[in-house]
Structures are given as C-alpha cells and as structure tokens.
Design a protein around this ligand. Sequence first.
Ligand code: TYD
Length: 203
Amino acid sequence: MFITLEGVDGAGKSSHLNWLETWFTSRGRQVRMTREPGGTAIGEQLREMVLHQPMHAETEALIMFAARREHIEQVIRPALAAGEVVISDRFTDASFAYQSGGRGLPEARLAVLEDWVHADLQPDLTFLFDLAPEIAAQRLSSARAPDRFEREQTDFHARVRAAYLRRAEQFSARIRIIDGSRSIDQVRLQLSTVLDAAMETKV
Ligand code: TYD
C-alpha cells in the first residue's frame, strides 16, 4: 500500500507522520517512511538545492521529478515489492499544486513528466491536509527558518491550496481531504476513519 501526505506548508501533516507509522506497525505491518523531495542520497542533495537556491520554475519542476525518479527506483518500488506500507511525505500532487498552481506552469507539462517518471504508479491513498493559508502561515512563523516555498506570499499558498482542492475533486476516490483546522485528536479520528475503511477494501 502506497500512501502520500499533502497540503500547503503549515497545514499540519508532519504532526501525524509518527502516529500514522504506529497505526500500521501496531497492526503488524512493515512501514517505510519517506519524503519528497528527498528519500535517497541524490534526492536529499537535490532537495537542498531546490529548497534554497533561486531557479527557473521549470528547473524546479525538473528537479522534483529527477529526485522522484530516483526515489521510486531505490525506495518506493522495492518497499512495495517487499509488501511494506510506504508512507511518503509528499509526492506528485505537490508538483501539480506548487509548480503548476503556485508557479503557474501548465499542468500538461507536469503531466508529461508524470507519464515519463511513473506512468504505472500512483498512490493508493492520499491525505490532503487542508487549511486556510493565513492560518497555515501563522503556524509556520514560529517554526525554523523558512525555505524558498515557505517564504512565498499568501497568494502563492492560496493558489497551491486551490490546485490541491481541484485535484481532490478530480481524484476523489484516492485523495481524502483532512480538515487541518481541527485539533490533533480530531484529525487523528478523521485519519483512522479513512484508514479503517481503506484496510477493509485493500487487505
Ligand atoms: P515539506 O514537506 O514542506 O518539508 P518540511 O516540512 O521539512 O518543510 O516539503 C518541502 C517543500 O517542497 C514544500 O514547500 C513543497 C515543496 N514541493 C514542491 O514544490 N514540489 C514537489 O513536487 C514536492 C514534492 C515538494
């Protein structure tokens, strides 16, 4: 099972990564936790570059997919083949949301890259943590030094959020919207409801 977590910066997905891992391990499943951009040695170097160095929007998109190509080859496919549950903190929905919604690249360009890099692989389930960008930004402001994406203005994050919500409509069977404005306990309740239902159909 391949699960991804998505959402605007500050929507709260990171707070639930460990909880999700435990949800599966306590049910006897092997879990591989990973993230994008990153997840491999090359991917982590590309992450450093793309999060901190100014570049053209297309370069940014190409780096995201280059890191993803390596991630799929080295981590995602082998783990899935071994029967593990793969939980990735972001995947291709983020490219559509940030590089298309946020930066304005045509979706068709990203669709070409998606087709090139993983035509035959999609997450089974995606949690989209949804939160108004104004609130998400307040949560971030107290955190560590912001990267290139976190430094963007609210209207950038509003476009990212809108693009995510459009994808959730387009892929409604896969993408589940989680209300990020709720308390941690309420969010966990939403997550377990979806997971219980998903496990019934999947195992
Ligand atoms: P993020 O999960 O927010 O890392 P952290 O919680 O450590 O800040 O991911 C880093 C950033 O990368 C995030 O702002 C979104 C961006 N991103 C893209 O723009 N496109 C992509 O395809 C991916 C995977 C991430």
